[in-house]
Design a binder for this molecule. Structure first.
Ligand SMILES: C[S@@+](CC[C@H](N)C(=O)[O-])C[C@H]1O[C@@H](n2cnc3c(N)ncnc32)[C@H](O)[C@@H]1O
Length: 293
């Protein structure tokens, strides 16, 4: 568990390469505040580079202590004899739960390093039910109307929202009429919530407003975020983080109906700076979404 001491706003500062949890932006890495870079390196290559250590460095929504509405939503799909697509499947942690529930699974990712790890997870008995596709989720024309359920967990993260729109439109067309799109997207407002808790904790510990702000800025790892546009940048990865009001807006523009959201709640654990001190506060979250084609 990371300790922090409001008497020293820069206390317990880990080294840059200590690792962390960039999947949902809780990196556990703190330091000074540089300018936000506007360069976007090739994201499929950046994701491939993170494949080997993905499971130990990214915050996972699949742990038993996480309250994740995705499980009930998957179980609530009336006809599960058809095809489910895991879009941005990464190293494939969702493939076994999908194989247990659905007839056929499409595992798609544009990062070959990720897809290679996903392939390793599938036993020979299930290989005939899984189709691996190495490509962007913007490129689904050949699947028009062929998908019953699409899932995207922390993969609708392209920093250019025009690409988010292209992906959403492609997914809507790939779904059969009435098909559902389920997923999780990293929350930028949860980072602001964590910042508020850190700031208040510092004030309550006796710091003045300026020092408390420095404390929250450093421990909230603000150097990795652009809060105005909801972007996160970490070791070559650039990701979009979502505001709750964006789901209706962006999914609606892409032609989805009945867009609803819910929270995925994470326990206060070592993934979060100040977890012990914040343990009696309501937990942090990412956004779960459900939409119909
Ligand atoms: C944070 S990881 C999540 C992986 C997996 N869904 C999980 O739950 O562990 C994001 C994944 O989405 C993939 N990804 C991001 N944008 C993509 C796109 N436009 N098309 C296909 N894959 C994409 C990345 O390569 C990466 O494997």
């Amino acid at each position: 568990m990371k300790r922090f001491d409001p008497a020293d706003p820069t206390s317990d500062r880990p080294a840059e390469d200590e690792g962390g949890h960039p999947g949902a932006g809780r990196t556990g890495v703190i330091g000074t505040v540089p300018k936000f870079s506007r360069k976007t390196p090739d994201q499929s290559r950046s994701w491939s580079r993170h494949a080997a250590r993905y499971d130990e460095t990214f915050l996972s929504p699949y742990g038993p202590a996480v309250r994740n509405p995705l499980w009930d939503a998957l179980d609530g799909v009336a006809d599960r004899s058809g095809t489910v697509a895991d879009l941005g499947c990464g190293t494939g942690p969702l493939l076994a739960p999908l194989l247990a529930r659905f007839g056929k699974v499409v595992a798609l990712d544009f990062a070959p390093g990720m897809l290679a790890r996903a392939r390793e997870r599938i036993g020979p008995e299930d290989l005939g039910r899984v189709t691996f596709l190495e490509r962007s989720m913007e490129d689904l024309d050949d699947l028009a109307g062929a998908i019953d359920v699409a899932v995207a967990v922390n993969s609708l993260v392209m920093p250019d929202v025009r690409r988010i729109h292209a992906a959403l439109t492609a997914v809507r067309r790939a779904l059969r009429p009435g098909g559902v799109f389920l997923g999780i997207a990293p929350s930028i407002d949860a980072i602001q919530y964590h910042t508020m808790l850190l700031y208040d904790h510092a004030l309550e510990s006796g710091l003045g407003p300026d020092e408390a702000e420095t404390f929250a800025t450093i421990h909230g790892e603000h150097r990795y975020y652009d809060f105005a546009f909801g972007r996160f940048q970490f070791r070559g990865l650039r990701q979009k983080f979502w505001q709750p009001f964006e789901f209706e807006h962006r999914f609606g523009k892409a032609g989805f109906r009945s867009v609803t959201i819910d929270r995925v709640f994470y326990p206060w654990d070592e993934n979060f700076v100040g977890a012990a001190e914040l343990a009696d506060r309501p937990p942090s979250w990412d956004w779960f979404f459900r939409a119909e084609a």
